[in-house]
Design a protein around this ligand. Structure first.
Ligand code: ZN
Ligand code: ZN
Length: 344
């Protein structure tokens, strides 16, 4: 099969022929229809989030069709359109049993350790990692497995904090933030302020339902946030960027008993002390999402309640796509489309 392979940190991916995996007992071979290109791919490629192994086929947002079932893999048929749940845990621990496999000690992500979806086929270790896509457009579905999922979990964490009249801040209106804005508007009555440096994405944020969109890098961003929240500070901040500056701004803007949810993998930190932020403000991270979270996200997408701006590209063009993403030139989600038809 054709695949885009990372052979060395800092190098472009190499498009090459590699052996097509064969599904063993319980495993499923998926023909990839769509693989979302995520900012964390850049972190892997430049080594700031080192890949678990090299050579590696990246691509952790995958959707496609069942192309082969190993012995004992039941409940699916060849040709079924499926969405791939990305966090593959042991299946036995407390977190896995609760469907939160992404929190398993042994969790592995396709595209981070096992090979991912920048290829014609993807080997999935168990049927439980596949959810039916139904009539969903698979190009739209791919982004749901991380961008749409991680943002959903983060938004759900904020729900108990967003009572009537509250304000929520979304930092970063890229792939994840665009979903985050929609979820907050869908599930709460909060006023949503998007912080985004790109004017194009600020416009996009407004079109997706944000009440306000401001340049988070402006010197008076904190004052603007306070003013836009009607003098009351925000009760929840979702940080999809995660550099020092955004975390500091997010925490500084919170009201008492507010919540800062860190999702962005940029590696930033923020000091927390008794006197450094509003009383009883809480800080948490949010990691990926559970299988139930993904099922809920798929349902919302099937109902047409969340949408994503996507652009499709050939597998051969992956390096140009990564480059454009690095330079902030991808407005929504870029999706690699290795195949356009189900297996026959
Ligand atoms: Zn990702
Ligand atoms: Zn486990």
């Amino acid at each position: 099969m054709k695949a885009a392979v990372l052979h060395a940190i800092g190098e472009p991916l190499r498009i090459e022929e590699v052996p097509t995996p064969r599904p063993g007992p319980g495993q499923v071979l998926v023909k990839i229809a769509a693989a979302g290109v995520c900012h964390s791919d850049l972190h892997q490629q430049d080594g700031s989030v080192p890949p678990h192994r090299i050579p590696l086929i990246m691509g952790h947002e995958n959707a496609g069709w069942v192309a082969g079932l190993g012995p004992g893999a039941e409940g699916l048929a060849e040709g079924d359109p499926v969405v791939v749940y990305g966090g593959w845990g042991c299946g036995q621990c407390r977190f896995c049993l609760g469907g939160q496999e992404q929190l398993c000690d042994g969790a592995r992500w396709a595209g981070l350790g096992p090979d991912g979806g920048y290829a014609e086929y993807l080997l999935v270790p168990a049927t439980r990692h596949l959810l039916p896509a139904g009539g969903l457009d698979l190009v739209q579905a791919a982004g749901l497995t991380d961008a749409g999922l991680s943002s959903y979990r983060a938004a759900k964490k904020a729900l108990p904090y967003l009572s009537a009249g509250a304000t929520a801040v979304v930092i970063g209106a890229g792939g994840l933030g665009q979903y985050g804005i929609q979820y907050l508007k869908l599930m709460t009555s909060a006023t949503v302020i998007a912080l985004e440096t790109s004017p194009v994405r600020r416009q996009l944020a407004l079109s997706l339902g944000a009440d306000h969109a401001i340049d988070g890098s402006a010197a008076d961003a904190l004052d603007q946030i306070r003013e836009l929240s009607g003098g009351q500070s925000p009760a929840a901040v979702l940080d999809f960027v995660g550099i020092d500056a955004t975390l500091q701004l997010g925490l500084a803007s919170l009201t008492r008993q507010g919540l800062l949810v860190l999702v962005g993998l940029a590696g930033g930190t923020v000091p927390v002390g008794f006197f450094t932020q509003a009383s009883e403000a809480a800080v948490t991270t949010s990691t990926w999402g559970s299988r139930n979270d993904l099922a809920e996200v798929i349902t919302l997408a099937q109902q047409g309640k969340v949408t994503a701006t996507t652009e499709s590209h050939r597998l051969d063009d992956i390096n140009q796509v990564l480059e454009r993403l690095e330079h902030g030139l991808v407005e929504g989600r870029a999706v690699i489309v290795p195949s356009t038809c189900p297996p026959r």
